[in-house]
Ligand binder design. Structure first.
Ligand SMILES: Cc1cc2nc3c(=O)[nH]c(=O)nc-3n(C[C@H](O)[C@H](O)[C@H](O)COP(=O)(O)O)c2cc1C
Length: 200
């Protein structure tokens, strides 16, 4: 679903005025006329989310000072709760509690999701809160097999999302993805070595 004003979260008056000055406003008026950014989690976005093993969480202090932190977990650690709600387990860490402090006074939040292997990125605007007193929710978003201590849940209420183009994203593969490719190659090498030995 889209709403006509969903782009206003990103296209503030300052942004629109720069788009006008630099000649791109008409392009983005077109996006606005077509309904703006999407506001619900589609099946495609849910599939993208289910494949992620890390994300970047943006928050800001009450006076607007931005902060970004990387969060990781087992693949699929970011859960879709409903078409407008996401959640993930917050693990014990260095106890600076910067994201938590920021969200306690300013609930505006941003999730930046990267797929380096496929060169895709998603931007999600929303409101977020840490939930500390819901063991059932904590259990629902935690993986007992993962080597971390879940302490609380970050609940993210989606307001708008948009995809970016793949430009300038370095193509990176995780250790697991490289290991799988190596396994296939090693099996092929063993097969060829076997064939060579038996024909010698
Ligand atoms: C023992 C330990 C030490 C850590 N040290 C750091 C650190 O020096 N800098 C950092 O950015 N993250 C560090 N981390 C990871 C952060 O604690 C973790 O990313 C946490 O989610 C940060 O949340 P915050 O930035 O919202 O406070 C450490 C984690 C652990 C378990």
């Amino acid at each position: 679903m889209t709403t006509p004003r969903s782009t206003d979260l990103a296209f503030t008056p300052a942004v629109k005025s720069i788009q006008t000055r630099l000649g791109s406003r008409s392009i983005y008026e077109g996006v606005e006329r077509r309904g703006g950014f999407q506001t619900e989690i589609t099946q495609d976005l849910a599939r993208f989310i289910a494949a992620r093993d890390s994300l970047y969480l943006g928050t800001a202090s009450a006076d607007g000072r931005p902060y970004i932190q990387h969060r990781g977990g087992p693949k699929g650690f970011l859960k879709v709760i409903d078409e407008r709600t996401l959640a993930f387990a917050d693990f014990s860490g260095n106890r600076q509690y910067l994201s938590m402090g920021n969200l306690s006074e300013n609930d505006q939040a941003f999730l930046f999701l990267m797929d380096y292997a496929q060169k895709k990125r998603m931007k999600l605007w929303g409101r977020a809160r840490f939930v500390e007193d819901d063991p059932a929710l904590l259990a629902a978003v935690s993986d007992p097999a993962y080597r971390a201590t879940p302490e609380r849940v970050l609940v993210f209420e989606l307001e708008a999302w948009d995809a970016n183009c793949p430009q300038h994203i370095p193509r990176l593969f995780t250790e697991d993805e490289v290991a799988e490719r190596e396994r296939v190659l090693r099996a092929r090498i063993a097969e060829l070595e076997g064939a060579q030995a038996s024909s010698a």
